[in-house]
Design a protein around this ligand. Structure first.
Ligand code: GUN
Length: 303
C-alpha cells in the first residue's frame, strides 16, 4: 500500500514567517514604520493564555510592534469596548485580535463588530465576511486558519486548484464557511458537509480535497478518502491515551490519520499541520493591514 506525502505545516509556516519578516524589514526601511499587532485576552483560560503568548512572541520575532493586553475575567463589557475604541484610534496598531472565547457576561459579537474592519486581522467582522463572500480578497482580511489551509493546499497541489472537487466538513463561521468561500474563489467545486449531511461517506469519497473541521476526534475514516486525495485536518482534539499512563492524553485530528494516510496522496499531521499556519497567517494579515493603512502598495500574495 502506498503512503501519503506528509504536508509539513511547521516547515511551511516557518517559510511564511521568514518571508513576512523580510517584508516587514522592507516596510520599515521604506516608511520607518513597523506593523503593529495588539492582542487582547480577558480572563485566565490556560489554553487562551498559551495562544496569546505565542501570537505575541511570533509578532515580535517578525519584527512587529507587539502589544499584549491581559485583562481580568471580571472586566466589564464597557471597559473592553473602550479598549477596542482606543486601539481602533491608535495609529501604531494595524491589527487587533480579541482572543475568544470571552467571558459569558460579554457580548462577543458586539466586541468583534466594534473592531475597525481594516484592523480585523481575525477576519471575523461582517464587512470582511462580506468582502470574502463577494470574492474581493484584495480588500478583505481572511480568517487565519482557512487562509493557512489554502497555503498548504497550494504548496502541495500547485497554484491552480481550478475544477477540483473540494469537500469542507464543518460549517463554522471561523473555519468551515470561510474555507468554502476561499475554495470557491479558487474555482473548486465546493460541497459544505455538516452534522446533518446525508451519506457523508459518499460525499467525502468524491472529493479531491477534503478539509475536516468538525471537532470530532478521528471521525473521518481512512476508507472514506478517494485514492490520491489531499487531506487537510483542521481538528485539534485532546483524547485519553491509556497506553502512556492512567492520566495521559494525546492530540488527534478529525481524521483517523494512520488509516487515511494509506489512501490519501497527501495529508496534514496533527499536531504540526494546520496549527502552525494559523499564527503565520495572523502575521501575514497584520502586515497586509499595515500596508493598506499606510497606503503602501500590496506585495505579491502569499496564497
Ligand atoms: N480562539 C481560538 N481560535 C481563535 C482565533 O482564531 N481567533 C481568536 N480571536 N480567538 C480564537
Amino acid at each position: 500500500m502506498s503512503q501519503a506525502t506528509l504536508i509539513d505545516g511547521k516547515a511551511i509556516a516557518a517559510s511564511v514567517r521568514a518571508e513576512i519578516t523580510a517584508r516587514a524589514a522592507c516596510l520599515l526601511a521604506e516608511t520607518g514604520r513597523q506593523p503593529g499587532l495588539a492582542v487582547v485576552l480577558v480572563g485566565e483560560d490556560p489554553a487562551s493564555q498559551v495562544y496569546v503568548r505565542n501570537k505575541d512572541k511570533a509578532a515580535a520575532a517578525c519584527g512587529f510592534h507587539s502589544v499584549k493586553h491581559s485583562l481580568p475575567a471580571d472586566t466589564s463589557e464597557t471597559d473592553l469596548l473602550a479598549l477596542v475604541e482606543t486601539l481602533n484610534a491608535d495609529d501604531t496598531i494595524h491589527g487587533i485580535l480579541v482572543q475568544l472565547p470571552l467571558p459569558r457576561h460579554i457580548d462577543e459579537s458586539k466586541v468583534l463588530r466594534l473592531i475597525r474592519p481594516e484592523k480585523d486581522v481575525d477576519g471575523f467582522h461582517p464587512v470582511n465576511v462580506g468582502l470574502l463572500s463577494i470574492g474581493d480578497r484584495e480588500s478583505a482580511l481572511v480568517p487565519c486558519t482557512p487562509a493557512g489551509s489554502l497555503v498548504l493546499l497550494k504548496r502541495t497541489l500547485g497554484p491552480s486548484l481550478a475544477g477540483l472537487d473540494a469537500v469542507v466538513i464543518g460549517r463554522s463561521n471561523i473555519v468551515g464557511k470561510p474555507m468554502a468561500q476561499l475554495l470557491l474563489s479558487e474555482s473548486c467545486t465546493v460541497t459544505v458537509a455538516h452534522s446533518r449531511t446525508k451519506d457523508l461517506v459518499e460525499v467525502v469519497r468524491r472529493a479531491d480535497i477534503v478539509v475536516a473541521a468538525v471537532g470530532r476526534p478521528e471521525m473521518v475514516r481512512g476508507d472514506w478518502i478517494k485514492p490520491g486525495a489531499t487531506v487537510i485536518d483542521v481538528g485539534i482534539n485532546r483524547v485519553p491515551d491509556p497506553s502512556r499512563g492512567a492520566d495521559a492524553t494525546r492530540l488527534v485530528g478529525d481524521v483517523a490519520f494512520a488509516e487515511a494516510a494509506v489512501h490519501a496522496g497527501a495529508i496534514t499531521p496533527v499536531p504540526g499541520g494546520v496549527g502552525p499556519m494559523t499564527i503565520a497567517m495572523l502575521m501575514a494579515n497584520t502586515l497586509t493591514a499595515a500596508r493598506r493603512l499606510l497606503n503602501v502598495p500590496a506585495e505579491p500574495d502569499l496564497f
